[in-house]
Structure formats: structure tokens, C-alpha cells
Write a protein that binds this ligand. Structure first.
Ligand SMILES: *Cc1c(COP(=O)(O)O)cnc(C)c1O
Length: 376
């Protein structure tokens, strides 16, 4: 086989951005500085003028959001068991207890029919996740959150560039009381290599957000300083912010290309193969990932190996996280969230990234057919 290996994702960084990163490296100022401020300004504009602060990861972003929402010991936070483990780890990190609500098998996002029943007096916040870039129904989510006066921290790590009924994710769906957390990890739709951004509610002090980001330090005009809160070390560098600024110029084109490639998958995947396809949403989703569910009985490990033999990279996002050892030790067990467990066992992420060629989709579809006949 002469064709090169096709990874499941790959960032697109243009030469102008690479040159601009080189300029930052030569400038003598390579940590947080003017590029960070410029990136925050660009993100704020994108999010309808809301305050935005950037971080060195999406995980740090979520953790600071929980701290700003005053979530801690004795509190519970509701989220989905089908997400990157960071979403739940940060709840433990601040000393709170995660409460999982099983998924809706169609969207693979948190089941909004079951959300309300999970709310108790201890519930301090809910963290919905837009898995694969398909937004959680914002109308229904905020109807429940509003009724129970619950703080929403949107884990929009995968949905930068997506929208809900024509309104961008990142703008406020929750009367300016909602947090929105983005990740700019290398695999996300917009990257800074590693990084994240937090969109702040109107009632939250952005100065406190900055102190939680950097050791709790408050600086005074006379050169003095004080520390009045325990902050972390979560600041983004100007090197990373420069990559983000370069990426912002392409966001719309990236999303459009992903949608186009997703459409091609729907056209080329033979229904007779028995793969379950994602919701065919071409207006809200940013198509962060194209995920198919393998038919019952297919050995996923073997299938992944077969695809690799045909030079196609695939991913698994994600096994249901309550079955990880750390969470089992907290009392979660198989059978707790059967839909998430089922999807977690069968899910497979196919290659999808803006630089993919149309012909790559055909290669993937051919490999899918061959691999299924080997493993079914
Ligand atoms: C990527 C991701 C995160 C964490 O972001 P990092 O930048 O890797 O720390 C959190 N939640 C979800 C759903 C993610 O996909």
C-alpha cells in the first residue's frame, strides 16, 4: 500500500502563524503578555462581547469555573459519564462529588429527560458536554437550570465553532449567569497546542478569575503585591496565544470543511454495514468528531488493528468514565449507566479534520468495509 497513513485528526497551522510564533520567540517575551490579551479580546468579540480569560488547558479552565462558582466539599455536580475524563476529574479536584446522568442514545449527550430527577438540594452546578461538537439542547437545558436556579458550566471543549439555532456556543444562553469552557488542545477544532478559555458570567469578578489562574497574586501600582486566595499556575503563554490568533482567522472555513466531509461520510458509508451513524446535524454541530457505533459483536480492538493495517487511524472517545478504576473505587459500577456503557464499548472515531481530501473519505469507507468483513 503506497498511500500515507491517515490519522484520525491533525491540526492545520498556516505559515503566517508559524512566522508569527518565530517573532514571539525572538521578541524576548515568551510567556503571558500582549498576545494573550489580544487573544482574549478576539475570543470575547467572538462570544458576543462577554468577558473571556484564557488558560493553559481546558481542564484548568473547568477547574477555575468550579472554584468561581464556589463549588466544593459537600456539593454535588451533575454531568455525563460519556466524556473525556477531565470533565469529572475537576469535580473531584475541587472536593465535590460527581453525579452522573445517563446519555440520550441518539445525541450521545446527557439525557435531558433524566436531568431534573437527579437534582437535589446538594446540587451546585451542572456540566453539560457537547460531545463530538453536537450541542446539548440549550432551550431544554436552561429551562431546567433556570427552574432550579442551577449554575451551568458548559463544557464546550469540543464545540468551539458550533452553534445552537443560529446562536454561537460561547454567547449566553443562560441570562449571562452561565460559564462556557473551551479547550484548545491539539485535537480540538481550534488549537493553541495546549490551552483553554473561560467565558465568564456577568456576576463573576474577572479579577478573581485572574488570581485563581496565577497563584492568587494581586499586584498594586506601587510594585507591591498580596495573595488573598489560593490560585493555581494556569496561565497561557504568548507562544500559544499566537497560534490561537492565527487559527481564529480560519475558524469558519475549518467548520465548513468539517461539515462538508461529514456529509460525504453519510453518502459513502453503506447502510448494509450495520454501523450506527451520528445525528445528521449540519447547522448546529461543528463536527469535532465523526463517530460511528460498531455493530454488536464486533471486536473493537481487532477492528482498530485492521483499520491500521489499511493505513487508517481511528480513535475511541470514550469508554464510559464511571468504569475507570478511580471511579469504581468511589462506588460506581457496571450497569449504573447502561446507555453510556454500550456506546463506550462500541464507539469509534473516524478521521475528520479540515486538511483531509475528498478522496480520503473514500479510503476510509473502503477500509471500513474490508475491516468489518474481517472482524464480523
Ligand atoms: C479536551 C477536553 C477537555 C479538557 O481539555 P484539555 O485542554 O485537554 O485540558 C475537557 N472536556 C472535554 C469534553 C474535552 O474534550
Amino acid at each position: 500500500m503506497s498511500e500515507p497513513f491517515l490519522p484520525f485528526t491533525r491540526p492545520s497551522i498556516d505559515e503566517e502563524t508559524i512566522a508569527e510564533v518565530a517573532n514571539v520567540l525572538r521578541s524576548g517575551w515568551i510567556t503571558s503578555g500582549p498576545k494573550v490579551l489580544a487573544f482574549e479580546k478576539a475570543l470575547s468579540e467572538y462570544c458576543g462581547g462577554r468577558p473571556v480569560r484564557v488558560f493553559n488547558s481546558g481542564t484548568a479552565t473547568l477547574e477555575v469555573a468550579l472554584r468561581l462558582a464556589k463549588v466544593g466539599a459537600g456539593d454535588t455536580v451533575i454531568t455525563t459519564p460519556l466524556t473525556w475524563v477531565a470533565t469529572a476529574n475537576v469535580i473531584l479536584e475541587v472536593g465535590a462529588t460527581p453525579v452522573f446522568v445517563d446519555i440520550d442514545p441518539a445525541t450521545r449527550n446527557i439525557d435531558l429527560d433524566q436531568l431534573e430527577a437527579a437534582i437535589t438540594p446538594q446540587t451546585k452546578a451542572v456540566i453539560p458536554v457537547d460531545l463530538a461538537g453536537l450541542p446539548v439542547d440549550r432551550d431544554r437545558l436552561y429551562a431546567v437550570a433556570g427552574k432550579h436556579n442551577l449554575r451551568v458550566i458548559e463544557d464546550a471543549a469540543q464545540s468551539f465553532g458550533a452553534s445552537w439555532k443560529g446562536q454561537r456556543i460561547g454567547t449566553s444562553f443562560g441570562e449571562q449567569r452561565d460559564f462556557v469552557s473551551f479547550s484548545f488542545h491539539a485535537n480540538k477544532n481550534l488549537t493553541t497546542s495546549e490551552g483553554g478559555a473561560l467565558v465568564l458570567p456577568a456576576d463573576i469578578d474577572s479579577g478573581l478569575c485572574e488570581r485563581l489562574r496565577l497563584q492568587g497574586v494581586r499586584r498594586f501600582p506601587d510594585g507591591g503585591m498580596d495573595v488573598d486566595v489560593l490560585g493555581g499556575k494556569f496561565n497561557l503563554t504568548d507562544i500559544a496565544a499566537t497560534i490561537g490568533l492565527g487559527q481564529m482567522k480560519h475558524l469558519e472555513a475549518f467548520t465548513a470543511r468539517r461539515r462538508e466531509l461529514a456529509r460525504q461520510y453519510f453518502d459513502c458509508i453503506d447502510p448494509a454495514l450495520g454501523l450506527e451513524l451520528p445525528v445528521a446535524d449540519f447547522s448546529n454541530s461543528n463536527w469535532h468528531m465523526f463517530q460511528v457505533m460498531l455493530p454488536e459483536g464486533v471486536d473493537r480492538g481487532k477492528f482498530v488493528a485492521e483499520m491500521k493495517q489499511q493505513y487508517i487511524g481511528v480513535g475511541v472517545h470514550y469508554p464510559a468514565l464511571h468504569l475507570f478504576s478511580l471511579y469504581r473505587a468511589l462506588g460506581f459500577k457496571a450497569g449504573d449507566f447502561p446507555r453510556a456503557e454500550d456506546i463506550g464499548r462500541r464507539t469509534l472515531t473516524l478521521p475528520l479534520f479540515p486538511a483531509m481530501l475528498d478522496g480520503d473519505i473514500d479510503r476510509v469507507c473502503t477500509a471500513l468495509r474490508a475491516s468489518l468483513s474481517e472482524t464480523a
